[in-house]
Every structure is written in C-alpha cells, then in structure tokens.
Design a protein around this ligand. Sequence first.
Ligand SMILES: COc1ccc(-c2cccc3nc(Nc4ccc(N5CCN(C)CC5)cc4)nn23)cc1
Length: 298
Amino acid sequence: SGPFTILDQSVFHKRYLRKMRDLGEGHFGKVTLCMYDPNNDGTGEHVAVKALKHDGGGNQHECWLKEIDILKSLYHANIVKYKGCCTELGGKVVQLIMEFLPLGSLKEYIIGCKIGVPQCLLFAGQICQGMEYLQSKRYIHRDLAARNVLVENDNLVKIGDFGLTKHIPEEKEYYRVRDDGESPVFWYAVECLKESKFSFSSDVWSFGVTLYEILTRCDPAMNPPKKLTEMLGHTHGQMVVTALISLLERRKTLPCPKDCPHEVYMLMKQCWNVDPDQRPSFKSLIESIATIRQSYEG
Ligand SMILES: COc1ccc(-c2cccc3nc(Nc4ccc(N5CCN(C)CC5)cc4)nn23)cc1
C-alpha cells in the first residue's frame, strides 16, 4: 500500500486471521476467537469472528448479510462493536468481525461468580439501555436471553448476538414470522407462541425472563425451560407450546428467585403481562431498576 492508500480499517484479510478456539454457536452462526495478526508475530489483536454455519441455501445468505448490516449500523456502549468483514470467493462467503469480550456470556459469568443484587441490577439496567437503543432504530431482537449477553468486565455487559433481529417498518406495530427451527419458546411472549407476532413488547417479555435468569444467577436447577416444563406437568412434544400458552394465560409464571427483592419480581411480572400494551417500556424499566438499585446501595 502506497503513501496515499486510505487504510480501510474494516477490511480484514483472511491470510492474517488466525483461528484460536470456538466460542459458541447460534441459530445459523458459529463464533470463533481469532487473532488478526498482519505482522505475523503474535502481537495482533483478538477478535470474535462469526460465520454462517452451513449455507443451507434458501434465504440464509441474505439473512446473514442483513444481520451484518444491522450490527454495522449499531453504536451503543451496551451493544457489541462491529469491527469489519472478511470476504472470500469474491464476496460469496462473508465473515463478521467483532470486538472480543474476554469474560464470555453473562450466563457463564454469573454461574461462575456469586454476584450481589446491586451488580445484577447494574447488568439488567445496561441490557435495558441496549434494548432501548435497538428499539429507537425500530429493531426487535427476538432472542434476548442471558446466553446472548456478553461480559466486558465486572461493571459492563453488552448484547452480543443479533441472529434473529428484525426491522419493523414505520407503519407496522409487529413482525410476523414463519416458525423457524429451534425457537427459544421459554423466552417467548404468549402472543409469539399463539400468533408468531413479535414486537417491542415481546422483547420486554424476554427481558423479564432474562432478569429472572440473572436473579437466579443462571442456576441450572432454576432455568426457565426446566422450571416451566415442571409447571407444565407431563406434557410432551408439540403439546408443550399449547400447554405453555394456557399456563401463561392463567398468569402462571416463573417463581420469585431466592434473595430477589419483591419489587424486582414485580417488574418481572409486569414484563409477563398477557396484554402486550400493559408491559413496561425499556425506558421505564431503566428508571425502575436504577431506583431499586440506589435503594439497595443505601
Ligand atoms: C451464541 O454463541 C456466541 C458466542 C460468542 C459470541 C460473541 C460475539 C461477539 C463478541 C464475543 N466475545 C465473546 N467472548 C467469549 C469469551 C469466552 C467464551 N467462552 C465460552 C466457552 N467457555 C467454556 C469459556 C468462555 C465465549 C465467548 N463472545 N462473543 C456471540 C454468541
């Protein structure tokens, strides 16, 4: 590159991308820890690289390119940073390059270390800030859960996966999807289960389940699928969704976690209101959580 070549920081060359280890798999994507090491001396930077798992044809490729465009357009302290792309075969294969968050998913982090209620509420508030920003751009996440939140450090979390994120056009209130493979039904609002109707309010429902995960410290014995399946009794297969709908409509929800302040459980219950319009906004959740946290810190 000559003296006048504008160095485009968002172009990553495959030859300098060194695979270190797998970080996890999403719906159609696989994320790997790589070192981007153009000097080839091990002094490069760690990056998280997401690629399409298997291009199963269909509209997967354009969905993948759409996911990349969405993350590229987001700039917020509580959303994982887009760094660039690595293209191969003339753009046929595109890999998404993101900042690497060393402490991994909130789910793993919380199981590992017993954090107190104030830190739980700090993380919950940050997730709401990221979601409020996402909604300001008219995106619905559709897969908000502790597994998709990443930890930068003891005081900072970011939303880290946008595999199911969709844009809601101005004139529309919700997004209707054909049911795709493994849907996270135990994080889904009742209208998502009944009519596949996703909206800003259904993301609030999923936040309520994520808040429950945080306050249970992601204890496997208390996790939403396990707890809700227990409440369903001995229902199996497709009947699960039908039974889950009637459970949620009878306002049978996840129980209050141990040492969870009553007012925090009340917030979860509001997020799980059967009527989407009765659920709080992320804006009001940010204020409520901050108030509770301040009362906790005295
Ligand atoms: C659904 O799976 C993922 C996996 C990684 C990511 C992702 C995206 C964008 C940035 C980013 N940084 C990290 N960091 C990270 C660090 C450690 C681990 N480990 C997972 C396996 N554990 C045994 C050790 C920690 C996972 C992810 N993950 N990550 C998103 C979704």
